[in-house]
Design a protein around this ligand. Structure first.
Ligand code: PLP
Length: 521
C-alpha cells in the first residue's frame, strides 16, 4: 500500500475533503498573493546574472506559501503522557478539526527524551568487536535466481547470515552501509522507545500520532543536514510522493534525471507541474531543459544524490550552478548517501561542497540510518510547514512506530558523535574496488559502497550470483528491466560491519567464479 495511487484510492473521500479544506486554508493563499513572486520570471533584467540568480532564488523560496509553526500534541494518550491543551476546530487556520497545542517544552521533554547510555564502546575495541553480529542465526531460503520470489532470511541483516546447512554466508547485498541495523546501542534505543512509548500510535501524525520522540527526531534530522526543519514520513517513497504534489502547481516545472528512483518518478507523476526529463547526468541537456522551462513560475531540479544501480553520483556542483543561473531550486534524494557520503556522512551535498545550495533533501531511515523504515524531507522551514498541511502520505498514513524512531535517533547520535564508522566503510569500499579492478573486473561508479560488477549478460550475472552463494557470498544479479539491456551486473554493497577478511573472501570468490564462467581470463 505504499504506492501513491493505492493510497489515493484508499482514503479518497476523506482525502479530497481534507484537500479541499487545505486548499481553502486562508493563510496560504494570502501569503502566496503577497509574495509578489507568483508570476512568470521576467526576462531581460538589468542586474548581473549572479545577483539576478540570488534574487530569483529568494523569490522562488518566497513562492512556497509560508504557514504557521506546525502543531503537535507532544507525547499523547497511549502512555498517559498527554500534556497538550485541546484547542477548538476554529483555531486559526487549522483545517482538520481539533488539535493539541504545543506543550511547554521545559522539564517535561527532558524527562521524556532521556535515553539511557547503553552498550558503550570500550576503548581500544575495533568496530568488528564492538558490534559484530552473534554467530548463531537461522536462515531460510526462498526460490532461486530467475525466481518469482526472493530469498528470505530468518535472521537480522548482518554482514553474516546462515543458510539452512548452517554454513556461514556473508551478506553483500543489503543497504546496511554502516552496519547500524545490528549496532547494540541502536537496538537498545529501539527497545527503550518501544517500552516507553508503546508499539505504535494507531493514528496519523496530525490526529494523535505525534510523540515528543517524533519531534525530537525531526529536529535532529534537520540539525544533521544543517537545514531549518524536517518532516517524517512512513517511508522515503512517501516523502517523494508527498513533496512534488504538495509543492508544485500547474504553473511550475520539474526537471528530473531520467534514471531517478521510481518513487521520484511516481511522485512527479502525481503533481500537475510541467515535466522535463533530462538525460542521465547530462548537464548540457539539463541546461537546455532549464532554458525551455523559463516560462514557468517555479523550477525544481530533481535528482538522486547517488544512483543505486550504478553507484554513480550526481554532479551537484554543476547542477547547483545551472540552477542558480536559471533560477531553479534543487531537490536531492539522498537515500544512498545519507549517513556515509562526505567527510562526516552528511551526504552528497557535503561530499561536493554544496550544502548551502541544495534546497530540499529527501532521504530514508531504512538504509544506513538503522535500516528499519521511515523517510523524511528536510529543508526550509516554510516548506516543511507547507508539507505538514498538504503532503498526503503525511496526512493520511500512520505515524512511525516508536521503536523505529528510537533506532533512527540513536543512529544519528552515533554519526554526529564520531565519523569512525563512516571512515571504516569508506576504507573497506576502497579495498573491495581496488582488489576487484586489479583482478580484472569492471566496477561501475566511483568511491561508493554500491559496487556494481559489470558483466553485460543477464544469464551470466544470474549464474555467477548463484555460484557466489555456493561459495558463501550472498549477492544478487541485476538485469533488464531493472537495468538497461546488455548491462547486467552483480551489485555488491559494502558495509562497515564487513571485516577486511570478509572483503578479501568476497573478492576471491568473484575471481574463482569469474574464471569458471569465462568473465575473467
Ligand atoms: N529513493 C531512493 C533513491 C531509493 O533507493 C529508495 C529505496 O530503495 C527510496 C527512495 C525509497 O525509500 P524507502 O524504502 O524509505 O521508501
Amino acid at each position: 500500500m505504499r504506492r501513491p495511487s493505492a493510497r489515493r484510492g484508499a482514503g479518497k473521500r476523506e482525502a479530497e475533503e481534507a484537500e479541499a479544506e487545505a486548499e481553502a486554508e486562508p493563510g496560504a493563499e494570502t501569503k502566496r498573493q503577497t509574495t509578489g513572486g507568483a508570476g512568470p520570471r521576467k526576462a531581460g533584467s538589468a542586474s548581473s546574472p549572479d545577483t539576478r540568480a540570488g534574487e530569483e532564488k529568494q523569490r522562488l523560496l518566497a513562492c512556497i506559501p509560508g504557514s504557521r509553526t506546525p502543531d503537535w500534541p507532544g507525547s499523547l494518550g497511549l502512555r498517559s503522557r498527554s500534556r497538550g491543551r485541546l484547542c477548538s476546530a476554529s483555531d486559526e487556520g487549522w483545517p482538520f478539526g481539533r488539535r493539541l497545542q504545543q506543550p511547554d517544552q521545559t522539564g517535561h521533554h527532558d524527562r521524556e527524551f532521556h535515553v539511557r547510555p547503553c552498550g558503550q564502546t570500550q576503548a581500544g575495541q575495533g568496530l568488528q568487536e564492538v558490534y559484530r553480529p552473534p554467530q548463531v542465526f537461522r536462515h531460510d531460503r526462498g526460490c532461486h535466481p530467475g525466481r518469482e520470489e526472493p530469498r528470505w532470511l530468518l535472521a537480522p541483516v548482518h554482514s553474516e547470515v546462515y543458510q539452512e546447512s548452517l554454513q556461514g554466508i556473508l551478506n553483500f547485498c543489503a543497504n546496511n552501509y554502516l552496519g547500524l541495523s545490528s549496532h547494540p546501542e541502536v537496538i537498545q534505543a529501539g527497545l527503550q522507545a518501544l517500552e516507553e512509548f508503546g508499539a505504535g500510535l494507531s493514528s496519523v501524525r496530525f490526529i494523535c500520532g505525534t510523540q515528543s520522540i517524533h519531534k525530537n527526531l525531526e529536529a535532529k534530522i534537520a540539525r544533521f543536514h544543517q537545514r531549518e526543519d524536517a518532516i517524517l514520513y512512513p517511508s522515503c517513497f512517501d516523502a517523494n510522493a508527498g513533496l512534488f504534489e504538495g509543492l508544485l502547481t500547474p504553473e511550475d516545472a520539474v526537471l528530473s534525471d531520467e534514471l531517478n528512483h521510481a518513487s521520484i518518478i511516481d511522485g512527479i507523476r502525481l503533481c500537475k507541474a510541467h515535466k522535463y526529463r533530462y538525460r542521465h547526468l547530462d548537464m548540457a541537456d539539463l541546461e537546455a531543459k532549464l532554458q525551455e522551462a523559463q516560462k514557468h513560475r517555479l523550477r525544481l531540479v530533481a535528482t538522486d544524490g547517488a544512483f543505486s544501480m550504478d553507484g554513480d553520483i550526481a554532479p551537484l556542483q554543476e547542477i547547483c550552478r545551472l540552477a542558480s543561473r536559471y533560477g531553479a531550486l534543487v531537490f536531492v534524494d539522498e537515500c544512498h548517501a545519507t549517513g556515509f557520503l562526505g567527510p562526516t556522512g552528511r551526504g552528497t551535498d557535503e561530499l561536493l561542497g554544496v550544502m548551502d545550495q541544495v534546497t530540499i533533501i529527501n532521504s530514508t531511515l531504512g538504509k544506513a540510518l538503522g535500516g528499519a523504515s521511515g523517510g523524511y524531507t528536510t529543508g526550509p522551514g516554510p516548506l516543511v510547514s507547507l508539507l505538514r498541511q498538504r503532503a498526503r502520505p503525511y496526512l493520511f498514513s500512520n505515524s512511525l512506530p516508536p521503536a523505529v524512531v528510537g533506532c533512527a535517533s540513536k543512529a544519528l547520535d552515533l554519526l554526529m558523535e564520531s565519523n569512525t564508522i563512516v571512515q571504516s566503510m569508506a576504507a573497506k569500499t576502497q579495498r573491495f574496488r581496488s582488489k576487484m579492478e586489479a583482478a580484472g573486473f569492471t566496477i561501475s561508479g566511483a568511491s561508493h559502497p554500491i559496487c556494481p560488477v559489470m558483466l553485460g549478460d543477464a544469464r551470466l550475472a544470474s549464474r555467477m550470483a548463484d555460484d557466489m552463494l555456493k561459495r558463501g557470498i550472498f549477492v544478487i544479479g541485476f538485469s533488464y528491466p531493472v537495468v538497461p539491456k546488455g548491462k547486467a551486473r552483480i551489485r555488491v554493497q559494502i558495509s562497515a560491519v564487513h571485516s577486511e577478511e570478509d572483503i578479501d573472501c568476497c573478492v576471491e570468490a568473484f575471481v574463482e567464479v569469474g574464471r569458471l564462467h569465462g568473465a575473467l581470463p
